[in-house]
Design a protein around this ligand. Structure first.
Ligand SMILES: *Cc1c(COP(=O)(O)O)cnc(C)c1O
Length: 408
């Protein structure tokens, strides 16, 4: 094996990885049951409520509120914290735009901070340094499923009297010191969009152990209603973020596979850590020893370009895909997005805050930039394969390492 597949050689990968999404008779029966029951709306059916309960139980959380998607989950969580114009929310710069845009939807400024060089999750020291009198919350993102340093973030949030939220859209089933992530701060949010490790096409949920937060989030997600009160009484600001029974039914079925699939991805991820560490210039995303399980929305590693003939990340990805390994692009650093560069984000801010110069947007954010330019994300379905599949991933990378000069 020497000639790269992208140059016409034989791909390193011979058998196909498992497909995604997965379903079987469980989803089929669940959907038919909803269809024939005539209860297609959560307020009439029992599927979405049962799913909330089951997902919260699995994640060792007291409460779960199912919502339309993972973006809305963050919006509802911020509304439940009463975050408003004039406030600031501390957000890592390497994440999907939703983590920051949800703050903008509340009229608050997302204060972007850089991530750590080793795991590309929010840097707790930089998060603390970004706190000022307007700060109301820190959002930790468990990037790729790898838990952020919850202990450090929680103690910072407590010390300054602000909330810690987890954007756990990548981290279904991930664990920190044996506890599932998602309700380790005031609240946590998940996505069930098609690429995520459980899916109904779209969907989301908010978890929390905090009764007051749960009550507000539930009210916000249902037009400001309160459970048990008359249908046309509305107590709080709210909107309609309710999940349908179709999605609740599919997610109940998906949840039955989550634990086994998470365990498999975690085991394969640790095998890849071992295999890839032996390739010069590759460094797997660092999993803290307190992170007892990684749900692996993706398998992320950093590559040192000089060990790969200075090829770019898109060149690296294209070569890996040609070898038969599915990848997905990393997130561009938020501060580089047009949304922030053009000033369009200010349309959501109130007068005084919109008029300010947000100098932090001109900071270099070196680790978020490395996340974008020098990390490779192997798609989660590849981690559902077997040990042989992982050895073939490593072989593909070894081949690229040996032949990278051909790509320049
Ligand atoms: C997918 C995702 C979201 C948003 O979820 P949607 O269901 O797509 O709205 C939020 N944050 C992160 C980190 C995500 O990956």
């Amino acid at each position: 094996m020497s000639k790269l597949a992208i140059q016409g050689g034989a791909p390193a990968k011979t058998k196909a990885f498992p497909a995604w999404p997965q379903h079987d008779e469980l989803e089929r029966r669940a959907l038919l049951e909803v269809l024939e029951s005539g209860n297609w709306w959560r307020s009439e059916g029992d599927k979405t409520a049962a799913f909330e309960r089951a997902f919260a139980d699995y994640h060792q959380a007291n409460h779960g509120i199912a919502v339309t998607n993972g973006t809305h989950a963050i919006e509802v969580a911020l509304a439940a914290l009463d975050i408003r114009p004039g406030d600031e929310v501390i957000v890592p710069n390497a994440t999907f735009v939703a983590t920051a845009s949800a703050a903008l939807f509340a009229g608050a400024l997302p204060r972007l901070v850089d991530v750590r060089a080793d795991n590309f999750c929010i840097d707790p020291e930089l998060a603390e340094a970004a706190i000022n009198e307007r700060s109301k919350a820190i959002i930790a993102v468990h990037l790729g499923g790898c838990p952020a340093d919850i202990d450090a973030l929680k103690s910072i949030a407590n010390k300054h009297g602000i909330a810690l939220l987890e954007d756990a859209a990548h981290a279904h089933g991930s664990e920190w010191r044996g506890r599932k992530v998602g309700a380790l701060g005031r609240g946590g949010t998940f996505s069930f969009q098609a690429s995520k490790t459980m899916t109904a096409g779209e969907g989301g949920i908010i978890l929390s152990d905090d009764d007051g937060f749960e009550r507000m989030a539930r009210s916000v997600h249902d037009c400001g209603r309160l459970p048990g009160e008359w249908f046309y009484s509305h107590y709080h600001y709210g909107s309609n973020y309710r999940l349908s029974e179709w999605q609740g039914a599919v997610l109940l079925a998906q949840l039955t596979r989550l634990d086994e699939q998470t365990a498999r991805r975690n085991t394969n991820g640790r095998l890849l850590d071992h295999l890839l560490s032996q390739i010069a210039g590759i460094k797997p995303q660092r999993l803290d020893s307190r992170a007892t399980r990684n749900g692996h929305y993706a398998y992320i590693f950093h590559f040192e370009p000089r060990h790969f003939a200075d090829i770019t990340r898109p060149q690296f990805e294209a070569a890996l895909q040609a070898e038969g390994i599915p990848t997905q692009p990393p997130y561009p650093p938020l501060h580089q997005l047009d949304l922030f560069q053009s000033g369009a984000y200010k349309h959501r801010l109130s007068g005084a805050q919109a008029a300010e110069d947000h100098a932090f947007l001109r900071a270099p954010f070196p680790n978020s930039v490395r996340e974008f330019e020098e990390t490779i994300w192997i798609t989660q379905r590849a981690l559902l394969g077997d040990e042989q599949d992982m050895r073939e991933v490593a072989a593909a990378l070894q081949k690229i390492s040996e032949n990278a000069a051909e790509l320049t």
